[in-house]
Design a protein. Sequence first.
Lengths: 109, 114
Amino acid sequence: SQQGEEDPQALSIQEGENATMNCSYKTSINNLQWYRQNSGRGLVHLILIRSNEREKHSGRLRVTLDTSKKSSSLLITASRAADTASYFCAPNQGGKLIFGQGTELSVKP
Amino acid sequence: KAGVTQTPRYLIKTRGQQVTLSCSPISGHRSVSWYQQTPGQGLQFLFEYFSETQRNKGNFPGRFSGRQFSNSRSEMNVSTLELGDSALYLCASSWVGGLNTEAFFGQGTRLTVV
């Protein structure tokens, strides 16, 4: 069963705008990891946030985690055309990363 | 530091055959987990190996098996291939078991079953 459910399924923005992707999950987690994937290639690790953390930053990325609502969000600021990709959240449930269908982000120049 | 290496990158097999895929984790990482990605089912967890022992397993039939060697390299085997096994197979390397640290993925092996 899918644990991470991303929303929206697709997002199209202009370069320079911010992109926000949301993720919901069903059960308690150890951590939650965000990934990017370009055109069916390998997954690029973005951020890991632990269950006792509320927010993490990495460059233009900001991830939040609300364990009471079982949700997380990924914010990409000042987006670039190169950010065009599919983004996945992967809650760690019992030692397994459970992926949703991802959010397809398109950043237009 | 070299990343996660998967070989081969592409593979075409016939129904009924078997296939072995290889994954070399990042140096020092002892956990290797495997995932199958298809357009219909998305990314699904197959299993995780840590210190040569299978630590966790997903909901796949027994035709899917794996092992890990003392140098942490891992292999995944699929026997009696079916058309539905066509997928991108990804492995991830992690410092500790249970995916409690960052899991870094390789580029994947794209398997086509004809």
